[in-house]
Design a protein around this ligand. Structure first.
Ligand code: ATP
Ligand code: MG
Length: 433
């Protein structure tokens, strides 16, 4: 026997039982995004490698070590499986001149790929829902995106997800701070780990976001960026906070929140839970006013976030907020020649009326078909034997009998023309009760 082939490490199948929860999540996501006027954009999974190098930055975890890159064997082009969605979205906005006429609110969802060490909440293929807005410069859109998240946690029945906020100011403001930060780290060079040493002169801000326990105390004592922000940056930050206070969204300012990607400026934020262990960030984002121009477009203010779907779905399941899954309405049981010829017609007729039907395929005795009907979680069995078929009727049998006596629980013969009505009425009665 030949060896079976397994999925790639860190890239998971999502099987029935779990996948329904994903679909419910996605339905919630779509109506939530629609209610804020965000429109879907569908982007390729493969992009030219230079896009990510330019957008995300050469000295970042993603570009240094996490990208799945390869050469197109036909033309030698360098390609990469997208590790995040912002770069591709910005590319598309520039390529199609989307933000030229009016501001845009866009969203995407789908798989991202990063070569990381797989563990709970961290995979090599994972899913993000992301939104990006283009053409809005003020703090109102930053705040809107944060408020949206708060509403989503509510819609999903999740609590305990906390908002952390910071401002990265502008590039020029960071330049002064950078020099001061480097000097501070040089003074504590003996405490820096390998990653930090490598980043000291290329991307010292990233050291602030190190998770290495041995460096925490030293990092806590580091100078803070906030002290270097000018009046405009501070006013923008205050504008965001004002709206959050007005709407009553609690937040914490975290001066160490610098985000892993180079393209951010001004507002950055993360939503964090303590229920997922080390992988506690479920959503992260901020403003990136320079990126469109950096990638060759006209200067366009922009702001966005991405959330980790695996982490959120885990939270939904573990918090018991999991919604009930709906079964089909009808299981169709049929046996005998005449019955089996009539059955597909009956099933399609029910579906015409919007009733969901699980059709018994593969034959079997009445008894074994009824067992399958019970296991299907259907509300009714529609049973057709030759007897029924010859009379142009079916037997309608409620499968989820309620307590106590009542006609609803008894099976009855119904003409084929009336069976859909009978079923619909039963559903209505159930709702009224
Ligand atoms: P982390 O610090 O956890 O590595 P990040 O800063 O690299 O996160 P972002 O690039 O901001 O993550 O991505 C946004 C969100 O996508 C994260 O907050 C997280 O919820 C999710 N995410 C990122 N990487 C992974 C991964 N490898 N597996 C599952 N989810 C992920
Ligand atoms: Mg990461």
């Amino acid at each position: 026997m030949s060896q079976t082939i397994q999925s790639v490490r860190g890239m998971n199948d999502i099987l029935p039982g779990e996948s329904e929860l994903w679909e419910l999540f996605e339905e919630t996501i779509r109506s939530w995004l629609k209610s804020y006027g965000y429109r879907p954009i569908r982007l390729p999974i493969v992009e030219p490698t230079p896009l990510f190098k330019r957008a995300i930055g050469e000295v970042t975890d993603i570009v240094e070590k996490e990208m799945y890159s390869f050469e197109d064997s036909l033309n030698g082009e360098q390609l990469t499986l997208r590790p995040e969605g912002t770069a591709g979205c910005v590319r598309a906005v520039i390529q199609h001149n989307l933000a030229a006429q009016r501001p845009q609110r866009l969203y995407y969802m789908g798989q991202m790929f990063r070569h990381e060490r797989p563990q709970k909440g961290r995979y090599r293929q994972f899913n993000q829902v992301g939104i990006e807005s283009f053409g809005f410069a003020g703090p109102d859109i930053d705040a809107e995106q944060i408020l949206m998240c708060a509403r989503l946690w509510d819609d999903l029945g999740l609590d305990g997800i906390k908002l952390q906020l910071n401002s990265l100011g502008q590039l020029e403001e960071r330049a002064n701070y950078r020099a001061e930060l480097i000097a501070y780290f040089e003074k504590h060079a003996d405490l820096l780990d390998e990653d930090a040493k490598r980043r000291l002169y290329t991307n010292p801000l990233r050291i602030l976001d190190s998770k290495n326990p041995a460096m925490q105390e030293m990092i806590t004592g580091a100078p803070q960026l906030m002290a270097h922000l000018g009046a405009e940056s501070l006013a923008h930050f205050e504008g965001v906070q004002q709206i959050l206070r007005d709407v009553g969204i609690p937040y914490e300012i975290n001066p160490r929140l610098v985000r892993g990607l180079d393209y951010y400026n001004l507002t950055v934020f993360e939503w964090v839970t303590d229920r997922l262990g080390a992988q506690g960030t479920v959503c992260a984002g901020g403003r990136y006013d320079g990126l469109v121009e950096q990638l060759g477009g006209k200067p366009t203010p922009a702001c966005g976030f991405a959330m980790g779907v695996e982490r959120l779905v885990t939270l939904i399941r573990e918090s018991g907020a999991e919604p009930e899954l709906e079964g089909v309405d009808v299981y169709l049981v049929h046996q005998g020649d005449a019955a089996s010829r009539m059955a597909p017609r009956v099933a399609e007729g029910l579906r015409d009326q919007g009733i969901n039907v699980l059709f018994n395929c593969g034959g079997g005795s009445f008894k074994s078909q009824m067992k399958k009907a019970d296991a299907s979680a259907a509300m009714f069995a529609v049973i057709i034997g030759d007897d029924e078929a010859n009379a142009g009727e079916v037997t309608l049998k409620p499968l989820r009998a309620e307590e106590g006596p009542g006609q609803r629980n008894e099976q009855k013969r119904v003409s084929v023309d009336l069976v859909a009505d009978e079923i619909m009425n039963a559903f209505f009665d159930g709702d009224d009760a």
